[in-house]
Structure formats: C-alpha cells, structure tokens
Design a protein around this ligand. Structure first.
Ligand SMILES: Cc1cc2nc3c(=O)[nH]c(=O)nc-3n(C[C@H](O)[C@H](O)[C@H](O)COP(=O)(O)O)c2cc1C
Ligand code: SF4
Length: 678
C-alpha cells in the first residue's frame, strides 16, 4: 500500500551541518538499561530502530569520564578505546540501514554520585549529590580546563567510533546545565553571575567540539528553553541565539522532566509545542523536540506549522521501532502506539534492560533474537485454543496467528481486553486502551484466528473442541480479604458489606459514604481509585503502608504528580499506616512504626492489597491429558500489563520450537584465567 502524499514531507532528507538525515524521524537520546555493560544488546536494539525507519538513532546519555558515573543506573561511556570499539558496534548497526548515529556526551556534575568509580564528583559549587548524603567539589579553573579536555577527547572518540552527530548535553540538570542555571551556579568568577559567564563553559565546549570534529560530525545541543524555575525565557532566548553559529541542531525541551517525559495519566501528546516553537526562527538551525508523538497527523502538523524540523521520539520508538516505515508504507493502523505508562523508564531506574508494555520484543533483540515485525514460521501448525482475551490472551493470539497457527480465542464476556478495559476507565488512563486496540486491530488481518465472545469455557467445553494445545489466560481478581504484603494471612474484619474490591469499583459499584482506600500494592490502582471516587464527590481517605503515596511510581517518574493530584482532588492522604481492622462504622488505622492506633469513620472500604490468580480452569484441565496446557499472564502470576503481554508473547513465539533454539544469551566478561582444562 502506498502512503498518502501529504506525509511525503516527513520523508525528505534533511541536512544537519556536515551530515544528512534520510528523513525527519529522529530517535532522541534515551536510556536502555544496557549502557556500557551490554554493548551487543544495545547495538541490536538500536539497529532495529534504524531498520524500522528512524533516520537518526541516538545513544543514551554517554559518560565522558569516570567522574560522571550513574551506576546502578546503566549509562553508555566513551572513556577509552575499548568503549570506542563497543560503541562502533552500534554505529555500524545503525549505518547498515542508512540512518545517522548520534551520541549524547554526558557529564552529570553534582548529580553524579559516583558509587562505582568512587571519583569525587565535580560541580559549579559544592552541592549535595543527587540522592546521596555527600557533596561534590567546587570546580576550580584547572578542573574546568580538565573537564573541557575530557569532553573534547570523548568527542574525538565519538568520531572514531563512527558517530555522525555528537551532542553537548546542557539539559536535565547535568553539569553544563548546572553552570547555565542561576539557581545552581552561585559562582562569582568568570563562570558565574551574568549569562555571558554562566554560559561560558557551554560555549567553550561547543568551540572545542567545532574545532576538533566539526567538519566530520554534526554538533547538537540538548537544552531547555527556560531555567529550572520555569523563568528566564528572555535569557534563554538570548543564549540560544548567541550559540547558534556553533550548533548544527537544537534538541530543545522544557525544564520540567515530568512534563517532557510525562506519563499519559498527566500529560498528553505534543505538550511541548507552545514552549519550543520559537526556536527555529530564533536560531535559524534545524530543531528537534519531543511530545510522545504517535499520530502521523500530529507529526505532520508539527512540521507543516514550523514547530520543528525533526519529529523527536523516545517512547514512540520504543513501543514501535517500525513506526516510520509503517507511515512510509501507508499502514498507520499498524502502528503500535505508546500508551505513556513509563514502564520503559522504570526498567532503567531499576538498572536492568528496558522493557515496554506495548512492545514485548524491546530489549530482547539480541538476548532472545526477537524482532518486533518478524516471528518464526512453523511448518505444520496445529490449532491452539486460547481461553481469555485480556492482554496476555490477545497478545498470544496475535503472535500465534502471525506464525500461521489456527487459533480459537474464547472470551467469556462480550468485550475483548480483560483488565485493560476496566483500568483504562480510571482517571487519565484512557490511552492504556491502546494495548487492547492494537491487538484487536491486528486480529482482523489474521484470518486463521477466530474470536468467540460471550463464550465461557469449562473443562468439558475445552474437551469438546478436540484441540490438543490449550492456553489459559483467564486473568486475576483483586482480593477482598486483605492478604498481601502487610497481612499475609488477611484481616478477618475486612469481610464486611462495606468492602468493595478494585474490580467491583471498576465495574461501577460505589460505596455509601466516606471511603478509605488502603494501598498495600504501591503502584497506580489505589491512587487512581481514590482520585476517581473523590472526583465523584465521595469523601475519600487514601491510606498507604508505604512512606509515600504510590511509592513504586517513583520508577515511572509519576510519584510526585500522583501525590499532588490526590491533594488537588481533595483526597485525605495518610502514609506509613495500615488499615488493621474494620469496626462498626469505623476503621482502625495503625502506624507501621509505633503501632499507635486510632479510629476513623468509614462507610466504604477498598483494599488494594494483592490479586488471586483465576486459574480454576487450568486446574480442571490437568486431567485432560492435553498435548499442551499452559497458563499465561495474570492467571499464572498477577503483574503489570507489561508482564502479561510479555508472557503471552513469549509463549506464542516459542511454542513448538526446539528448546535449544530459545536459550537466551548473556553478555559477560570473558576472562582468560589460563586454566588448562577449559
Ligand atoms: C527510558 C527513557 C530513558 C531516557 N533517557 C534519556 C537520556 O539518557 N538522555 C536524555 O537526554 N533524555 C532521556 N530521556 C528523555 C527522552 O529523550 C525524551 O525527551 C522524553 O522521553 C520525551 O520524549 P517522548 O515523548 O518521545 O518519549 C529518556 C526517556 C525515556 C523514556
Ligand atoms: S513502556 Fe509504556 S511508555 Fe514506555 S514506550 Fe512502552 S508503552 Fe510507551
């Protein structure tokens, strides 16, 4: 199919200084949880993006020197020739598909805790390190010169490694940004005070780069259009204009990272455009910016309206590495749209390779040899019955269908989607329905997959189908008895007519009055239900056993916003507290530290503690002596939607393959100990 010619403009080649990008699709720098420790994993992941049509593919933040060490958060590095060799694997992989490779040279300055390198961190002043109870040292003139030298050496190494675009990273409160921002730069020497002084280091770094690599590589700068406090627009404009002669590409953003990388719960597509649209005219240079762009129409309007030259994307390129090619080929309906859940970001914070809710192959390109668009064909596919059309069942059906298996997908209710249907009704989570929508859309093009709605299956029903391969994907349900982290044995008094599980709330039931939502789960369900009830006018108290609201949301960069949202919605917040008992008309709250107890009025109660796998069918089927009987997703182990999709995909991709062909690879140092026996 050919594309609508309106989109041709997105596929125009465009110059960036001495190099030319083949199109306007620009994968901005984003971490992968791989960094310098997983060079093969990294190269394979970036290669898939280039293969999928991204005209520019960047690295994650790439340290220039051991004094900028972010472990346990994995980062790339260009410290020495070994790094050059490893990074060259990425540039070669990207070049194989005609894309440009970019690298974001990074020094964290006072934000580097240097846990691993144990170097003393440096900064414009001696300030506390990011989240650690120690401080960096104030850079003197020699340190400034040393830093410039490190940066130039890293830029030269980047060139040797084959990068086409090299960044000066002056955003996200890292070293160059620390110098720029009046709040983080109290210096009184040539590098502090007026803008000309605060921007001196950035200008010197850009001059060094231009002299050292400017004829071979494009020089990009990632920079915010305001100071950290949200002010300083005029100063920033003057700065951008003044450095434009030294820069080939401006990658511009806003100081609020929670907006730039906002989850869909709080921030919608293209949220930066009003903040960055002036930069093209101001600088006369190509501009890229971001905004969780998944709609081709929005991308087109960004370029047509002169907001940007390049469509910058991190998460959309993670959710669908083939997004550009799908637009190119006139298949926009096949785009696996990012849902804005930020699970990709969580992985990086946890120090492990990236995963994605929508794209189960992300991070598995090298380790398992998974490709987002290709699945292994099978010679003589036998029919498979999948019971349950939630995220795991749908993903399994799509993947088995693409492999050529005849599939019967039986869903007990009228609607496909399972838990996604319910959760997408929560405030701000409407985009999560894309998990269902993409899969349902794909099923339409798979004639060998038959879908049966309103078809609850008993073991006898399964037997009657005569199918020998059965996948049970029947999901899970929230427990009402309180069993979970805090109360492994449950709480007897929770058995009460006031108790409504999250599932019952999501199915439309409502408490009679003042409601307590008890969060022993620590992710989004409890806070979103509290917000939902409060918005409907129900007096709501959110109680969590953790020390902060929605504690796990710190990994998805949402925690502060969740807390703020609860306060805005009028929810009363109580932390470090258990709901230890329900009494008549009241609930007993208990401090997790002192054990002190108090009673509060309670007309409704929503315990969010843990889930019960709904695996009754799987148990019944044990006696049927099927050739294949597996559980996938929440009915096996309740988890994130990302887990369910991954599990369904993994089963479907590996089903019927020889087990020795599916063993994952690991990147490990190989050391020659000179042992004679090996
Ligand atoms: C998993 C992840 C890791 C990121 N790592 C970096 C990084 O190393 N350097 C950087 O400048 N920005 C990083 N970002 C921010 C992105 O470059 C981008 O600005 C942000 O995600 C918004 O773009 P999007 O809406 O297209 O995702 C990261 C974002 C994500 C999702
Ligand atoms: S994990 Fe979520 S936010 Fe990240 S790319 Fe995938 S769908 Fe988008």
């Amino acid at each position: 199919m050919s594309r609508d010619p309106r989109f041709d403009i997105l596929f125009e080649p465009l110059g960036i200084g001495p190099v030319t990008a083949p199109n306007r699709f620009y994968q901005v720098p984003h971490c992968s949880g791989m960094g310098y420790q997983h060079p093969a994993t990294l190269a394979a992941m970036r290669e898939v993006k280039a293969e999928g049509g991204w005209g520019v593919v960047n690295t994650e933040y790439c340290s220039i020197h051991p004094s900028s060490d972010d472990l346990p958060a994995p980062f790339a590095s260009l410290w020495d020739d070994d790094d050059v060799r490893n990074m060259a694997a990425t540039t070669e992989a990207v070049h194989r598909h005609g894309a440009l490779a970019g690298v974001e040279l990074w020094h964290g300055g006072l934000r580097s805790s240097n846990h691993h390198s144990r170097e003393t961190a440096i900064g414009p002043w001696s300030a506390p390190a990011a989240e650690s109870p120690w401080q960096c040292m104030r850079m003197d003139r020699c340190d400034v010169d040393r830093f410039r030298h490190w940066h130039m050496q890293a830029a030269l190494r980047a060139c040797t490694a084959g990068f086409d675009i090299v960044y000066a990273y002056a955003a996200h409160t890292y070293l160059l940004a620390q110098f720029l921002d009046p709040a983080s730069n109290p210096r009184t020497d040539d590098y502090g005070g007026v803008l000309a002084n605060r921007s001196r280091l950035l200008r010197e770094v850009l001059e060094d780069m231009r002299e050292a690599i400017g004829s071979r590589c494009a020089i990009a700068v990632r920079i915010e259009v305001r100071h950290q406090d949200g002010g300083g627009r005029e100063e920033r404009d003057a700065l951008l204009e003044s450095i434009s002669a030294l820069v080939d590409l401006f990658d511009v953003t806003v100081p609020d990272y929670a907006q730039e990388m906002g989850s869909s719960r709080f921030v919608k597509e293209a949220s930066l455009q009003s903040h960055v649209r002036h930069v093209r005219e101001l600088t006369g240079k190509p501009v890229v910016s971001v905004g969780r762009f998944t709609s081709p129409e929005t991308m087109l309007s960004q370029v047509r309206n002169g907001v940007v030259d390049f469509i910058g994307a991190a998460r959309p390129s993670i959710a669908d590495p083939f997004l550009p090619n799908k637009i190119r080929d006139g298949r926009p309906e096949d785009i696996r749209e990012c849902i804005g859940c930020n699970i990709c970001y969580a992985q990086d914070g946890l120090g492990v390779p990236i995963r994605c809710t929508q794209n189960p192959t992300m991070g598995e390109e090298w380790r398992r040899g998974w490709h987002p668009e290709h699945v292994p064909a099978v010679a003589a596919p036998e029919p498979v019955l999948i019971v349950g059309a939630g995220p795991a069942g749908l993903e399994a059906a799509v993947t088995l269908g693409r492999r050529g298996f005849p599939v019967l997908l039986a869903e007990s209710s009228r609607d496909l989607g399972g838990r996604v249907n319910r959760e997408a009704k929560l405030p701000g989570l409407a985009e999560w329905a894309r998990v269902r929508d993409w899969r349902v859309q794909q099923l339409r093009s798979l004639p060998k997959v038959e879908v049966f709605r309103k078809s609850p299956m008993s073991a006898e029903d399964v037997r009657e189908t005569g199918i020998r391969h059965v996948v049970v994907a029947t999901g899970s349900g929230w427990r009402a008895d309180g069993r979970g982290r805090s109360f492994p044995g449950g709480v007897a008094s929770y058995r009460d007519s006031r108790t409504l599980t999250p599932d019952r709330i999501l199915d439309g039931e409502r408490p009679a009055g003042k409601t307590i939502v008890f969060d022993d789960d620590h992710y989004y369900i409890a806070s979103a239900i509290a917000e939902l009830l409060a918005r409907e006018g129900i007096e709501t108290m959110y109680v969590t056993a953790a020390g902060v609201v929605s504690e796990w949301s710190k990994y998805t960069a949402e925690q502060a916003r969740v807390h703020a949202r609860l306060l805005e919605s009028g929810v009363e917040v109580v932390v470090s507290t258990l709901v230890s008992e329900l009494g008549p008309d009241s609930a007993q709250l208990q401090c997790v530290y002192s054990g002190a107890r108090r009673l509060v009025p309670c007309a409704g109660f929503v315990p969010v503690t843990s889930r019960e796998p709904e695996d009754a069918l799987w148990q019944e089927l044990q006696n049927l002596e099927l050739d294949t009987l597996v559980r996938v997703g929440d009915c096996k182990a309740p988890g994130l939607i990302a887990h369910a999709v991954y599990d369904g995909h993994r089963f479907a991709r590996e089903f019927s393959l020889a087990s020795n062909s599916i063993r994952p690879r690991r990147e490990r140092p190989r050391i020659d100990f000179g042992l004679s026996r090996i």
